[in-house]
Write a protein that binds this ligand. Structure first.
Ligand code: PRX
Length: 638
């Protein structure tokens, strides 16, 4: 059991040094001691960042669900694996034990098989945060099907793009979903999406809200009757270490979303090991991550990481504001939550409502607080620390990405002294580097640069589904022999890292990655729009919000700007989803462009943040006068 649970700062340094001195032997030891293998690996690691090709535990055979479920049955079959807390506080919570989870996953896996799903087939999952979501993810993994979960807040167009890209044969969904006091017609969205997805053969529908929906003959079936009939035992499919486990889409700065492909063994080892250490999970703890399983945080730290450790993981269907802004704290008290992991945007939204609702509940069970998805600003950090953690719970500000599969830079609670707004130190095995504009590594402390990783870690994505060249270009071409994260970071005087934000055209809104290009494409579909540019600007709850600068076509007639604004936001909602709506829209006569025609988003970013003195030299622009016009418009609106 060496090295599995890091207990103090000194031990962190010891283990860290060992892990980077010889990464292969370090991870081999972790893999050997803490997981069940059908066959041992022949080679721990082979890698070549120029191709790029990364293989961990090659030759090993395993099934991740055997590790997440079966092996716990003997020792903790009656322990709660998943604790489901519904949207409506009056609906009772559901405790699914490891034994019940085993049965449900097996039944679901048998249903998938009976509908023709085999190893390697892609299954798109578009479900709300109900137990069927976790169960179906595990059922796919059990039979070797590749799951691709699409967050159930995405629009039908976004859904169909993803289904077509990964060529999914089956879609799993529900009649609808609850979101606070509202319901959402998920099946209607799926029906619309599937008009453009000829490859989808079957749709299985879970019943959640009991709404009237359309069932297409020969394609759609209700899930429950099939589950009722299914056998409750399903043999695991024996997978190779590098067999695909899932595809999860994330926005790029340009074009199509990227289907990040994660494989089996390395992902399992790393998510399990990080979960145990970053949250200092102990046997009887109740752990809650508020993310949606539609994002990587949910994959790694609601499903796979916790279950691989035999933990109790909470799944919450609702929203932090329903029935009031005390809901999170009510749940913490009710289930005596020990580790609570959320996003800064949620902390800021709750902080806005004062401390009365936090003080109303007993939060004394809490031991560790986590933050993920975007930089946590100082004010939010202190609010979280003072009012939720009562200054007794370390805050782990965890930096990582869909691409990295697991947490990369983070404090280890009760070991690493925390510092507000700093993700602090690299996790075990992670070798960060800061790079300058000339491609040179910046050594020493009190420096800033672009954040890269120098050596492979087990849970890194192996490719972009169907586009290995793009994988290489995006992550391995900017700096030689390094993985480029797309983030900027600074290293302080003691070597702590602080993530300063994206250095590309990705904007993080409420913790969600949004690329500017697809939003601009959606806006440009409007028949009155000539051109548009999107930038992010600071927002007190969302972290960043979106601001659009739009030029209209010169048709001789005048257009009502309020209407165009509404229509533009509707287009964005239809094409991407409501998360990508613009908070501000300015109609301008031209966009700041270089002489070669490139839109200078940097200038728009500065103006949107009211940093008028930091625009730099604008005299080389194609038409410098538009900058003054835009400045005046934004100032007048402030
Ligand atoms: O910019 C960083 C930001 O979120 C990006 C990754 O987004 P996504 O793939 O959706 O994964 C989010 C959940 C892991 C990063 O490139 N980010 C994530 N965590 C932090 C962060 N920025 C600052 N601090 C963090 N703790």
């Amino acid at each position: 059991m060496s090295n599995y649970h890091i207990k103090n700062f000194e031990e962190y340094f010891q283990v860290y040094r060992k892990s980077v001195r010889n990464p292969a032997s370090f991870w081999e030891e972790v893999a050997e001691e803490h997981f069940t293998w059908q066959k041992r690996w022949d080679n721990v690691l082979s890698w070549d960042f120029t191709k790029p090709e990364i293989k961990w535990f090659e030759g090993a055979k395993l099934n991740i669900t055997e590790n997440c479920i079966d092996r716990h049955l003997w020792s903790k079959g009656d322990k709660t694996a998943i604790l489901f807390e519904p949207n409506d506080p009056n609906e009772p919570a559901e405790k699914i034990t490891y034994r019940e989870l085993h049965t449900r996953v097996c039944k679901f896996a048998n249903v998938l098989k009976s509908r023709g799903i085999k190893k390697g087939d892609r299954v798109c999952i578009y479900l709300p945060m109900i137990p069927e979501l976790a169960v179906s993810v595990l059922a796919c993994a059990r039979i070797g099907a590749v799951h691709s979960v699409v967050f159930a807040g995405f629009s039908s167009t976004a859904l169909s793009t993803r289904i077509v890209d990964c060529d999914a044969k089956m879609v799993l969904t529900s009649d609808g979903s609850y979101r606070g006091s509202k319901t959402i017609d998920l099946k209607g969205i799926v029906d619309e999406a599937l008009e453009d997805c000829p490859g989808v053969e079957s749709v299985l529908v879970a019943k959640r809200i009991d709404s009237e929906i359309n069932m297409k003959e020969g394609r759609d079936e209700w899930l429950q009757p099939l589950l009722d009939e299914a056998d409750s035992e399903c043999e695991i499919e024996i997978m190779d270490a590098e067999d695909p486990l899932f595809i999860l889409y994330t926005s790029g700065s340009t074009g199509m979303p990227k289907g990040m492909l994660h494989t089996t063994a390395g992902y399992m080892v790393y998510t399990a090991y990080t979960f145990k250490n970053v949250f200092q999970y102990r046997e009887d703890d109740i752990y809650w991550c508020t993310a949606d399983i539609g994002w990587i945080t949910g994959h790694s730290y609601i499903v796979y990481g916790p279950l691989a450790n035999g933990a109790t993981t909470v799944m919450f269907e609702g929203v932090p504001s329903y029935p009031d802004f005390g809901r999170f704290w009510e749940i913490v008290e009710k289930h005596k939550i020990n580790q609570f992991y959320t996003a800064p945007t949620a902390v800021r939204a709750l902080a806005k409502h004062g401390t009365e609702l936090v003080e109303k509940y007993d939060l004394s069970s809490l031991k560790v607080l986590g933050s993920v998805g975007e930089p946590i600003n100082e004010e939010a950090w202190h609010w979280y620390n003072d009012n939720v953690g009562k200054k007794k719970c370390p805050i782990v500000d965890t930096w990582w990405q869909t691409e990295t599969g697991g947490i990369m830079i983070t404090p280890i609670p009760f070991s690493t002294p925390t510092k507000p707004t700093y993700a602090t130190l690299p996790f075990i095995g992670i070798q960060p580097a800061l790079m300058d504009e000339n491609g040179e590594e910046i050594h020493g402390n009190q420096v800033d640069g672009r954040l890269c990783i120098k050596h492979p870690w087990p849970s890194m994505a192996r490719t972009i589904w169907g586009n290995h060249q793009r994988y290489k270009d995006t992550y391995f071409s900017a700096y030689e022999n390094k993985y480029f994260t797309g983030d900027g970071a600074l290293r302080d005087e003691v070597g702590y890292y602080r993530i300063t934000g994206r250095v590309d055209d990705v904007i993080i809104v409420s913790g969600h990655n949004l690329g500017t290009a697809p939003i601009e494409d959606a806006i440009n579909e409007h028949n009155a729009v000539a051109e548009s540019a999107i930038v992010g600007f600071p927002h007190d709850v969302k972290g960043n919000a979106l601001c659009g600068y739009i030029t209209l076509k010169d048709t001789g007639e005048s257009r009502d700007h309020t209407n165009v604004s509404k229509e533009v936001n509707q287009l964005i909602t239809d094409r991407i989803g409501p998360i990508a709506k613009l908070d501000k829209i300015y109609f301008v006569s031209g966009l700041p462009k270089t002489r070669s025609g490139k839109i200078m988003r940097r200038i728009l970013r500065k103006i949107s943040a009211h940093e008028y003195n930091q625009l730099g030299d604008t005299s080389t622009l194609l038409d410098p006068t538009v900058v003054d016009e835009i400045k005046e418009l934004v100032k007048a609106d402030a």
